[in-house]
Design a protein around this ligand. Sequence first.
Ligand code: PEP
Ligand code: CO
Length: 403
Amino acid sequence: MQPSGVTTDVVHGGPWEGRPAAQQPEWRDHAAYHESCRTLESAAPLVPAEEIRHLRRSLAELLATGALLLQLGDCAESLYECTPHHTAHKLQVVDRLGNRLSELTGRRVLRVGRMGGQFAKPRSRPTEQHGTQVIPAFRGHMINSELATPHTRQPDPRRMVWAYEASAAVQRAMRAHRRGDRDGPWSSHEALVVDYESRLVRRDPDTDELYLTSTHLPWAGERTRRPEQAQVALLSAVANPVGCKLGPNATADDVVRVCAALDPRREPGRLVLIPRMGHHRIRQTLPPLVRAVANAGHPVVWLSDPMHGNTVTTGLGLKTRHLTDVITEALRFRDILDGLRQHAAGLHLEVAADDVTECVGAGVENEDGLHRHYTTLCDPRLNAGQATELIEAWTKGTAAVRS
Ligand code: PEP
Ligand code: CO
C-alpha cells in the first residue's frame, strides 16, 4: 500500500554498493533473485519520509526535555502473525507498557515497536545439528523457514517480497492505530539484508534527502555495525534516525568510528546507541564508551537492551533469560548514565504480545516452567507481566538485584 501523498523517487546505487556485508543469505543464484529485487525496486515506500522526519524530531525533543523511549517487540516477527488482529494485539502491549512507564515517571514516552519489518536475524553459527543432520540455521522469515529440514532452510529471495507485503499490512495497521498520536508507536527493525534494504531507499523530492522507506528507525546489529561494511554505509546515507547495538567487545575506538559514520554532523535525534553488554560486564564495558561518545560530541539517545547480553541455555538446550539478570543490567545502565551525567533514555526489549513462558521470573518460577508456552522463532521474549516488572524496577530502582 502506498501511504497517501508520497512521491519518493527510486534510487539506483549508493555508497553501500560493492562493500562487504556480514550475515547475508547466499541466494544470488536462485532463479527468482533478480525478479524479487526488481519487485522491491518498484514498490511503494512502506513508510513516508514525513513520518520518519516526525520521529527524528521527537527524538531530538526527547534529548532536550528528558523524555523517554520504549522500544519493544518480537526478536523475530512471524510472517504468519501480520494480520490486523495480531498487530492490534501487539500494539496494545506496546501502548500498555509505554503508558505504565509514563505513569511511573511522569514523563512523555516515545513508543517504537520491533515490528513491521523485523524478519531477518543474524546468527552466531551458519548451521545447526539435528540428530545426525547438519542443516542451515533459521535466519528469519525474510530468508528461510524455521521448519528444520534441509529444503525449508534454503534461502529463498521471494521471501523478501513476502516480507515487504506483510510489512505493508503491519505498517497500515500501525498508521491507523497512531491516528496522529505524536508519540508512536513507530516501526523499527535491524537493517540486515542489504538486498532488501538497499532496494527500499528512496529520494524525497521535497528535501532531496535519501530515506530508508522500509521502516522509521532502522538499526545496525552487534554483528553488522562495522563502519566499512554495507549496512552502516547504507544507514549513513539515509536521513532516518538510526540505531546501533553495542556488545561487550565494542571498544571506545569502534564506537567513536561508528558514531562518526552515522552522525558526522552531531545532530540530536539522529543516533540511538543501544548497549547490550550483559549484567556481569556492563560496569566494566559501558563507562568508557559513554565517555568517548560524550568527548566526541555526539548527542545520542542512550537506550539499554538488557536482553541480548543475558541469554543462557538450559540443560535441555532451550535459550532463556532470567528476569533478575535483565533487571540488574537495566539498573546498572541507568546508574552508569546518571553517574556520567548523560540521559538514560529508556529500554529496548524483546516482549511477546502473548502470555509466553520463555524467560524465568515473575510467574515462571524456574526452568521447568519454560515449557508451558515457549513459541519464539528466535530469542526468548518477556511476557507483558515480566516486562511490567522490569519497567517498575527500572523506574523505582527497588527490585531485588543479584550482586
Ligand atoms: C536482536 O536485537 O535480536 C539482536 C540480534 O541483537 P544484537 O545485534 O544486539 O545481537
Ligand atoms: Co533477539
